[in-house]
Design a protein around this ligand. Sequence first.
Ligand SMILES: Nc1ncnc2c1ncn2[C@@H]1O[C@H](COP(=O)(O)OP(=O)(O)OP(=O)(O)O)[C@@H](O)[C@H]1O
Length: 527
Amino acid sequence: MASEVVWPQWRGNAKSEDATRCKYVTKNAQLGDGCFSVVKECMNIYTRDRYAMKLISKKTVQGKLWLIQREVKLLKEVSGRIRDLEHSGTQCKDTFEGHHHVLQLFDYFETPQHIVLVTQLCDHGDLYDKIIEAGSLDLSKQVKPYAACLLSAIHFLHSNGVVHRDVKAENIIFRLRISELDEFARRGSHYDHTSHDVVLADFGLATKLDSGDEELKECVGTISYLAPEVVKCNNIARMAPSESRKIPAYGELIDIWALGVLTYFMMTGYMPFDCDTDDETRKCITEGDFYVEDSLRDDEQPHNAHFWNFIHLCFNVSASERPSAHNLRKHPFVQEFFHDDDDSEPFGDKIALRKSTSSSSIHNLGTPSRSSSVSNIAHLGRNDSIPEMMRSGSRDYDLNKIRETLKKTLSMASLTLPRAGSVSKASQNKENSTFKLEPAPPTQSLMNGCFSLTPESKSNFTTSPCVSRNPSSNDVTRLMSATDSNSTSLTGRSTAPGRELTSESFKASNAHPNNPIKTDIRAQFDL
Ligand SMILES: Nc1ncnc2c1ncn2[C@@H]1O[C@H](COP(=O)(O)OP(=O)(O)OP(=O)(O)O)[C@@H](O)[C@H]1O
């Protein structure tokens, strides 16, 4: 048996004749970028379906390709699970179904410079911009349904043994609205129906819960959103083994803490634990010491009380006492969006925590624990007080400065880590979801991990790719050859990519004029 070849395997020396022709064209403009990647809109030249293409620079992740392997492997597994669930046709009464709100991977390949992931297109902005532009979101119409929707996505991941580790506003993106489902507006739902378009993205730091202690002791994530148990892992790589052994591995509940930070950010427009320095921020996180503005704290409205109680439960510094995603679905703040048959009461007395005398109780913060000396002002680039700044109105503050400082919320440090080990039946029944298991590219038009030259870039997609790319029969055969190599996987390929495209393979496949795959592709090209 041939030994398994690790993917990706091309390190920049590939000759162009060894490459499969790219099945996508991209737009010139970027949809977004991150520390290691740029994301562009792309179109499959055969199906004309649009996707997002994340181009991860091989140079930037040099020596750390395992990180990308982990991301692709996880996204493949999760996308497979989403497909299974949709095809199973199970009925669900929940307003939000977790797997509808997790980014799907459709295809992946490599070029001389990049590892490329082709995912669902979410080109309607991200939650970060939505919050910053509005100053803060409306509690009933937006904060609640967004939090419920994200909770459903997190619950789905946790139920499938995945911890995301980077839940934050920048990683919450809005998918392309499916127009016929503007039904929500007609029904006059009491909440912002864009919450049905929310997608949790960026699985760059996600890992399996059974991946072992080493990975679950990595101090990764985004500082403003880190849970105390992750903060404890800070500098673990530099600790003596005897010391690092004493640090407990964390679990999936770090995502619940991050959900609390995000829910707080949606409601207030600022970060609960941010301080002048990272050390101060870590200290506040470890102590569960978050800032509460007087006007918000004193608001006794019941929906406000539920919000603060929800936050309070998410910010329990003791992970073992923090509720699970499953239990949080029953919290009065989000309960209306879920319909669990199980009627057990997960919180008991804890639902009254807000009235407790605990020093971390919101009600007992006589003065905000984040006083002017230890405040998150510096993160926002101002030296006056947060309440004043926030009260001065969302239009008044310098958006660029905020954006710059909150860029601190970029995922950090994963590269410095030590190496560790078609529309389904079901969706027709789901009146509350804008999710559709599509587009579903025919298998013939996928890259499935092969090596290709960098996709052609266009200012827009108005020119017919069939015309602009003038495909030859040679190209058709190349596609077939590549398709035939679908055994390619993240961790292994049975054929070296270059071998798929030799003149021998071209002749061999041309020797079968009735090959159905070939006929199909030729038809798409009007050949
Ligand atoms: N599927 C998508 N559709 C539209 N835009 C996207 C999509 N995926 C990502 N983006 C945009 O690109 C940005 C960067 O993507 P992503 O967070 O996956 O990259 P990254 O390199 O892992 O970033 P980070 O530095 O946060 O880890 C996102 O913040 C978002 O604005």
